[in-house]
Design a protein around this ligand. Structure first.
Ligand SMILES: [Zn+2]
Length: 387
């Protein structure tokens, strides 16, 4: 049998076996008969591969339902304890460490904040310690981990598998995978946060939509694009930096060197700074969510901010014509206050033909789109099939 060993883990390496496993993963519990009826595989092929998958403990048999008094049919489903996926989403104000089982159930979830005064290297070691603690608390051996996905609000050098530049973290040219690979034998992958998030949305919320844009609004603005069902990364691996669309050429200076980039006028910092200035005290997004916007000037500041978000979205709608734009990030805390103005700008300013096809939603994954996307990436690359 074809098997590939990476680190201590065994991965499905047989084309048909991997495909059957993925179908069981997606549609299980499912009977052998249903598998044969809904795929191009013969009953004999299904029986053979399911037998191997059971022997290897990738899937288990289960009985459910009734069968008119006769024998209950035997269903096949994924063995959730066969393997696990780790996901770490690194943000400026919040980091997440999630452990998923093979069914994408969350086994462990924690949030933490990295000390901005420590070096990037020290932050990575802190993350390494937290991963070791989770595995030991959950009594899961490292060889059961299919991989670790790490999301960063950063440009990525895909060829060198390293972080290129994360302006809001202050990290540059950081070989995250290499540093952590000194401690872990499982595969480690790195992805931009918004790109991980759009994968999470596609896999778990919008499986039937093929053109999606995830807009992550935090200190900056990150975007992930799925076109025709596939993550679009462009020649540089970093396509979709819509945060640097110029929406006001006389606007504030951006760290990229231009003026009036979308992220300088539509990130949470812009709103926080303007409201703090108006109230003459520092306010957080949580406080902003509780402010009374019946007060005229405050309402005006909020509407101007929502309009800035809307203008950037109009540019995306007119250029890519997505079916879904999903907004995520810290800005979710004030989503109800923003949506009416955003929708108004889009209906007024976007090309009607593209505007008619797009739906604007805030993420339903409640700030977890990126970690779910990372788990899906790890899962898909583990069951990557090289025949
Ligand atoms: Zn810029």
């Amino acid at each position: 049998m074809n098997k590939q060993r990476v680190g201590n883990s065994t991965f499905i390496h047989n084309l048909n076996q991997g495909s059957i496993f993925k179908i069981i993963h997606r549609y299980g519990p499912i009977t052998r008969k249903e598998l044969a009826e809904n795929t191009n595989y013969s009953a004999a092929t299904i029986t053979n591969h399911v037998k191997t998958l059971i022997e290897e403990e990738y899937v288990i048999e289960t009985k459910k339902g009734s069968s008119n008094g006769g024998r209950k049919p035997v269903y096949i489903k994924v063995n959730p304890k066969k393997g696990y996926m780790l996901a770490v989403n690194i943000g400026v104000n919040n980091c997440q460490l999630f452990l998923f089982d093979l069914n994408f159930s969350v086994i462990s979830a924690q949030n933490f904040i990295l000390d901005q005064n420590q070096t990037a290297q020290a932050s990575l070691l802190e993350i390494k310690d937290k991963i070791e603690t989770v595995l030991s608390d959950q009594q899961i051996k490292a060889e059961k981990i299919l991989g670790l996905g790490i999301a960063v609000p950063a440009l990525i050098n895909r060829a060198k598998k390293r972080l290129e530049f994360a302006p809001n973290l202050g990290w540059k040219k950081l070989a995250i995978s290499e540093v952590l690979a000194e401690y872990f034998s499982f595969p480690i992958l790195i992805e931009n946060e918004a790109k991980a998030a759009v994968i999470g949305e596609k896999e778990f919320i919008y499986p039937d939509d093929d053109n999606l844009v995830f807009v992550s609004i935090n200190e900056g603005i990150g975007c992930g694009i799925i076109l025709d069902g596939k993550l679009y990364t462009g020649a540089s691996g970093n396509a979709g930096e819509f945060g640097h669309l110029i929406i006001d050429s006389d606007g504030p200076v951006c760290h990229c060197g231009n003026n009036g980039c979308w992220e300088t006028m539509a990130s949470e910092n812009y709103l926080k700074n303007n409201i703090s200035k108006y109230l003459a005290r520092e306010v957080s997004l949580v406080e902003i969510a509780q402010l009374d916007f019946g007060e005229n000037n405050l309402d005006q500041l909020l509407k101007e901010y929502a309009a800035n978000i809307g203008i950037g979205l109009v540019n995306i709608i007119n250029s890519l014509s997505p079916e879904q734009i999903i907004i995520g990030g810290e800005i979710l805390k004030i989503q109800e206050k923003l949506l009416p103005t955003i929708k108004k700008i889009i209906s007024k300013r976007s090309l009607q033909i593209s505007g008619d096809y797009v739906k604007i939603n805030f993420t339903e994954l409640d700030g977890k789109a990126a970690v779910y996307g990372l788990a899906a990436l790890v899962f898909n690359s583990s069951i990557e099939i090289i025949s």
